[in-house]
Ligand binder design. Structure first.
Ligand code: FES
Length: 105
């Protein structure tokens, strides 16, 4: 499935993700800047914070409680904020677009 990451300055990174990985892993595998993922994907650091494109926000499964709690610790939180390690890539997410926060680069 294709995912497009958009940096704060508008630079786009379109990557081909594996259907079993998280959006965070897809960014790491493809050296997309702006996702730090200090905790390695355990909803424990908030440095994999992204903004899901509004068109996609309602199409993704809702965040679990651990993600919601940790998002509150992120910078510049918006209604479309997600932790990318908790968003699973599936065939249904083909074409997903996420924006990267300025503070994480
Ligand atoms: Fe740490 Fe996602 S990688 S919360």
């Amino acid at each position: 499935p294709k995912i497009t990451f958009i940096e704060d300055d508008g630079t786009e990174h379109a990557v081909e993700a594996g259907a079993d990985e998280s959006v965070m892993q897809a960014a790491m595998d493809n050296l997309v800047p702006g996702i730090v993922a200090e905790c390695g994907g355990y909803a424990n650091c908030a440095t994999c914070h992204v903004y899901v494109d509004p068109e996609w926000a309602d199409k993704l499964p809702a965040p679990e409680e651990a993600e919601e709690v940790m998002i509150e610790a992120a910078f510049d939180v918006r209604p479309t904020s997600r932790l990318s390690c908790q968003v699973q890539v599936t065939e249904d997410t083909d074409g997903l677009i996420v924006q990267l926060p300025a503070s994480q680069t």
